[in-house]
Design a binder for this molecule. Structure first.
Ligand code: ADP
Ligand code: F6P
Length: 460
């Protein structure tokens, strides 16, 4: 049987805690199959040489981890600059936040070339290579240029924007052409596939062979949607563990007289945090019965803090939380508990379970696994309610959540109120349907569908 080789910028020991949807999902996928996981070590070498980094190999259960360090210069241009200063904002529809510094692309190409070079030395001829996310779009093209003939698939964890927005990236034609070096490209949703098809229809001379098949640059490419899921049973098991139970008990006793609303994410402008806080403020103003009771626990873990847009968001959030607490708080009640840290994964299900309402209200999100984790963590007899942005990839699958437009403060506040007041029977019905959905389309379903489609691609 062929070995699975997974490549992603962020990698994590599958046996340990990871924050970020990609690391969590890939750890779970690789645990099932074994194989090699290749990516950045997370280490930045001050004064290191650009385009060079030490490769380390280590075994983590069934998975072999291969990690490469980055020099400070490469980290700044490839990770902070091009990946998170250009591609992340544009792909999340935020042209206003993109920093089109012409210097970044050199680092992005250089690191992809270095990764390709290091990876090639580890490859076997019949490996199946699965590359992930926007940091690594040109990796297959680099590997092909070095003579690699293996089957290669690519999955984009974030949205693909409409063609005219994509065209704002100065190197868009090179990036999209690079995708044709893969045999299969996967997106989170049909909307993304549609944007891809429209892009190749308008910006390239590709032949559209079918709904999911395109031919350009002498290569045929299959493109499909593969919405990512979570390992529901594993998450339920984590929820039964001691740390999770303790978390649940602690929250229930500390907030016994309150109703908890919960947000958990990386502190990222795609997650709609200021809009959420404004809607929560509106909830308190429009429905004063929530005063002294409704408490928003907002966990926002530090992320990409040296990128300017993230620093600005941190300040905005701190000031909004301070203003809400100052204006509405009482000596014995603070409406917002804002925590700028990670929560240990073993404790997360207990936190989700203690909440009456989860607020998952991104302005744009590839999928959003927090929405699925919240559902998996609930007590089916007395479940909490999921308020979900229609702009999260998850909205296409989770129609039984309360869907909101996070830009619409008044309606989002109304929906929060509806969630807080929802009768038990409706909560149970919605939760049952959501749980069935995330169980059916879980992380194993996602992995198997992608790998089966990759194996089925006819190769030359
Ligand atoms: P993204 O990939 O943009 O970070 P997702 O919602 O798809 O967003 O995935 C986030 C993952 O990281 C989830 O598994 C979630 O549990 C975890 N996570 C996010 N924020 C935190 C946090 N503050 N503490 C602990 N885990 C977190
Ligand atoms: O899921 C999107 C994503 O950007 C992943 O690629 C990434 O691992 C995760 O979010 C967390 O971001 P970062 O790796 O920059 O900390």
């Amino acid at each position: 049987m062929s070995r699975l080789v997974v490549v992603s910028n962020r990698i994590a020991d599958p046996r340990k805690t990871a924050s970020g949807g990609l690391a969590v999902a890939l750890g779970q996928a690789l645990e099932a199959t074994g194989g090699l996981w290749f990516g950045w070590s997370g280490k930045v070498v001050e004064g290191g040489t650009p385009g060079e980094g030490e490769l380390r190999l280590q075994n983590a259960g069934k998975v072999q981890l291969a990690t490469v360090d980055l020099s400070k210069e490469d980290h700044d241009s490839y990770y902070l600059g091009y990946s998170n200063g250009v591609l992340w904002p544009v792909f999340h529809y935020r042209l206003d936040l993109a920093d089109f510094d012409a210097g970044y692309i050199g680092g992005y190409r250089r690191v992809n070339q270095m990764f390709a070079h290091k990876l090639k030395a580890l490859l076997k001829p019949d490996d199946i290579i699965w590359v992930h996310d926007y940091h690594m779009i040109p990796l297959a093209a680099e590997l092909r240029a070095m003579g690699c003939k293996q089957r290669m698939g690519f999955f984009l964890h974030i949205p693909l924007p409409p063609p005219l927005m994509l065209a704002a990236v100065p190197e868009h034609d090179w990036l999209m052409r690079s995708l044709f070096a893969y045999d299969l490209v996967g997106f989170q949703s049909e909307a993304d596939v549609n944007h891809f098809a429209r892009y190749v229809g308008t910006e390239t001379s590709a032949d559209i062979l079918g709904e999911h098949e395109f031919r350009a640059f002498g290569k045929t490419l299959q493109v499909q949607s593969f919405p990512i899921g979570i390992d529901v049973d594993e998450f339920i098991e984590v929820g039964k563990g001691r740390e999770s139970q303790e978390m649940y008990e602690q929250m229930r006793s500390e907030y016994s007289r309150r109703r908890l609303l919960l947000g958990v994410e990386r502190l990222d402008y795609s997650k709609g945090l200021p809009q959420r806080l404004k809607a929560f403020r509106q909830l308190l103003q429009a429905y004063p019965e929530n005063m002294g009771s409704a408490t928003l626990i907002q966990i926002a873990s530090p992320s990409r803090e040296s990128v300017d847009a993230y620093g600005a968001l941190l300040q905005e959030l701190e000031s909004l939380c301070g203003a809400i607490n100052g204006n509405f708080g009482e000596l014995d009640w603070m409406p917002v508990r804002y925590i700028h840290r990670n929560v240990a994964r073993k404790r997360l299900p207990g936190l989700y379970r203690a909440a009456s309402v989860a607020l998952v209200t991104p302005l744009r999100d590839g999928m959003n696994l927090v929405a699925k984790e919240f559902v998996a963590a609930q007590d089916p007899d007395d479940p909490g309610v999921l308020v979900l942005s229609r702009f999260a990839g998850a909205a296409a699958q989770m129609r039984d959540a309360l869907l909101v437009n996070p830009y619409d403060t008044t309606r989002t506040a109304e929906t929060m109120q509806r969630a807080l007041q929802m009768p038990l029977e409706e909560r149970q019905r919605r939760h049952k349907a959501l749980l069935e959905g995330i169980r059916k389309e879980d992380v194993h379903w996602w992995r198997q569908r992608f790998l089966a489609a990759l194996a089925a691609v006819p190769t030359a």
